[in-house]
Design a protein around this ligand. Sequence first.
Ligand code: XBP
Ligand code: MG
Length: 233
Amino acid sequence: PLRALIFDVDGTLADTERDAHRVAFNRAFAAADLPFDWDVPTYGHYLKVTGGKERLRSFLDDHPDYPQLGDADIARIHKQKTAFYVEMMEAGLLPLRPGVERLLNAAREVGLPIAIATTTTPANVESLLKSTLGQDGPGRFRTIGAGDIVPHKKPAPDIYLYVLRQLGFSAADCLALEDSENGLRSAVSAGLATVITQTEYTQNQDFSSALRVLDQLGEPQAPAQILHGREAG
Ligand code: XBP
Ligand code: MG
């Protein structure tokens, strides 16, 4: 039986990367007087590194000509980035992807628990859910696994294993929803069947281990496929 849906956040619930995370990083770089700015293709390249602090570290490793930062500086700049991101969410600038709210509502109607497994910072998830679903948005999810709560970010399985433990369900009884190859690898390594909704940034990635690959959840049949179609591969 299907006992829970486990959602990724960035790229899956909302298209947050290009117009929110990327912009928040650039604002934090400018506020810290750093001489770089991530354009859309550059950000796409560094998205292969999950986690904002890890992403910045990887960029600096590739650019020895730029000022090099210690872990404390990266943490400080990242904290500022989170503040800018939350500010953007509170301004209500970013919608959920098509069909997401309908699927969340369909799950609630049939009494199916929903959960979150993401590498992003908890404050980001909370602000996105509140701005799109209302103040009780975060409370609709039985478990929210996010950020540094596990030692290894996606594509490691840690965050999905953490969420499964919190839910008390086995992987065989849950379904993951992801948008990226890193996310898919994480979910599949945790034993989860996974539905992919592709984004502009992830459309050319390898999704061969996915149960199903969709453009989005907005098609008329999507909720029925997700809620009843696990074995229909
Ligand atoms: C999302 C991420 C995150 C965000 C930035 O991956 O990799 O790092 O880009 O968030 P996923 P932070 O969709 O697989 O969860 O800066 O808060 O780390
Ligand atoms: Mg994602």
